[in-house]
Write a protein that binds this ligand. Sequence first.
Ligand code: MLC
Ligand code: AMP
Length: 511
Amino acid sequence: MISSTSIEGDGSRANANVFALFEASATANIDRPFLIVDGAPLLTYGAMLAETARAAAWLQSIGVARGGRALVQVHKSPAAVILYLACLRAGVVFIPLNTAYQESELAYFLSDAEPALLTASLGLPAETVAFAGKRVLISGALGTAPWASVEGGLLTVEATSDDAAAILYTSGTTGRPKGAVLTHGNLASNVLTLGQAWRWRDDDVLLHALPIFHAHGLFVALHCALLGASPILFHERFDAGAVIRALPAASVFMGVPTFYTRLLAEPSFDAALCEHMRVFVSGSAPLLDATFDAFAERTGHTILERYGMTEALMVTSNPYDGPRIAGSVGPALPGVSVRVVAEGGRPAPANAPGILEIKGPNLFAGYWRNPEKTAEDRTADGWFISGDIATEDEAGFIRIVGRAKDLIISGGYNVYPKEIELAIDALDGVAESAVIGVPHPDFGEGVVAVVAHTPGSALEPVAITSALATQLAAFKRPKKVVVVDELPRNAMGKVQKAELRNQHKHAFAAS
Ligand code: MLC
Ligand code: AMP
């Protein structure tokens, strides 16, 4: 189990750079494998320290200094992990982007983030994108990384716990993504809490199949392993067959619910494969009771479900020791406070729904260059308004029972209906549209667009689907488009999304 090292206050660890925590663990375990790719150890923890120092020196040599921002849209690879850690070491603010984003979506992030460095692995945006900083292509191979020939290295720079470590974009009800600024203190406090709550062990081996451009894969999975200097079985993407083959060598696995339903769909997935597993963690989207039960029956393991969000990192977790309750995300993690607030701002009675609010050292600093939105999402007494509807029972166990925000979570990715509606409404022949999420057997929720045509236009669903193909990342595109004469409205003239969700609830029913 990892001891709780205070990163501030007592002077024993003056540098609050979150990397200093990982450096301390790595230094004590330099010969231990860090990343294991296709069964072969690629880097030891000692090599990780040397590579990240070199990459940090490279950042400095190209003028990307402490406080500067690096916008990074790269495939998951060992080089991408090194680049991330080098940014932490150098005090450069890391801004990861989903690789599925199209070039047109990237333009917004460039203008909003104003990065000093843009790194891509597929190709760099066309010259038409106004961007004054450096552009660099990195491949997945460490040997060809731009820092490969750098001699020497940069020591971990000093950071305070309030310094920005990363900005993660999350969309919003306005359709415009907002950058959540996470500090070194946020990241450090959360990983220390998780290491204890999940009883991280010295002999743990993490099977990592999540993307590393979101909080779950980056700040939860990767960070826990780094804190424990644990070997990581590093998979570039989730593939059920590959995960099944790797499981016998692992002890910890983390995933979104789709990972678990896909594993259960494999007849070869059984208890014997999970013999050495210590814990399976699920989060980012609701885990169905049916999945929890089927998993327990098949493997003998109860999935440990936790709840979090980009702006607050991990907030609640089912207990490691003690009952893990299906449908509940557990009580608040140590050091984190939650409350359920009913209409009118009063605390909701036990088991009654209300908005979940969050406070603690895990809470982000604010939205990048958006003080209005930062203020709007906080109460006068400093609590963050999550937008999730929850209940809390007498024992402090939280259930997420709905969302006050218009958000679809598909396979663990957030899709904001407003953004899709704006893109559809701009197309010829469209009067208006409503984008909804309905049950989907694989992704949990699937995106459906209900589109009203303009009078006299012969609008075809396929025309909408193909028009969106170049504008939106694939995971955001509606998996089904329905053209109607008009959208249902209530007496106030508001589109009735609940009615549409009901009408289309079987759109993806398994046949
Ligand atoms: C891919 N597609 C998706 C999708 N992922 N569509 C909807 N929802 C998704 N999540 C698209 C593909 O582009 C493709 O489109 C088609 O669906 C089929 O793709 P696939 O081959 O089945 O997808 P796959 O590559 O296997 O990806 C599915 C997945 C992936 C579930 C493995 O989405 C994934 O890794 N999700 C994890 C998301 C995650 O890490 N979330 C954490 C957020 S942090 P086409 O058109 O090409 O056919 C957070 C905070 C917290 O929420 O609490 O953790
Ligand atoms: P993101 O903005 O990508 O960080 O997504 C955060 C959102 O994911 C939360 O506000 C919740 O709506 C949802 N979420 C995360 N974990 C869970 C969970 N275990 N159960 C239900 N919803 C979850």
